[in-house]
Design a protein. Structure first.
Length: 136
């Protein structure tokens, strides 16, 4: 079973037991956090897709640590102009371990449930030839 969640402007494919680094959440190590923006949940052949999120679906996780990534060096250099500028940046992150994936009672996706209704409303019945002529 896996899920696709959205947090920090990015999307992550997670399974139970995975350890991932997400954008800084501001939560202490050892605390639990719940991600409620679940885009998709797949359990074998049973796939649920949200529109845009699965209603009631959530992914629970435990915060392992908070830290900062490797330094990214930025160098701006203009030749023959006696100009050189160096900067660095370290992005903060939160490392979490996924402890559970819950569908929250939402069985099928909202898209697949509304699609048959839309198709049946737009179909013209074949028993009424006059309405079929007007639609042409």
């Amino acid at each position: 079973m896996y899920a696709v969640i959205a947090t920090g402007g990015k999307q992550y494919r997670v399974s139970e037991g995975d350890i991932i680094r997400v954008e800084k959440l501001g939560v202490e190590a050892g605390d639990s956090v719940v991600f409620d923006k679940v885009l998709m949940v797949a359990d074998g052949d049973d796939i649920s897709i949200g529109a845009p999120y699965i209603e009631g679906g959530n992914v629970s996780a435990t915060v392992q640590s908070n830290g900062r990534g490797k330094k990214v060096k930025i160098v701006k250099f203009r030749r023959r102009k006696h100009h050189r500028k160096q900067m660095g940046h370290r992005q903060s992150y939160t490392e979490v371990e996924i402890t559970g994936i819950s569908l929250g009672g939402a069985g099928k996706s909202a898209i697949s449930e509304s699609a048959p209704e839309a198709a049946s409303e737009s179909a013209i019945p074949a028993s009424d030839p006059q309405s079929a002529d007007e639609s042409r």
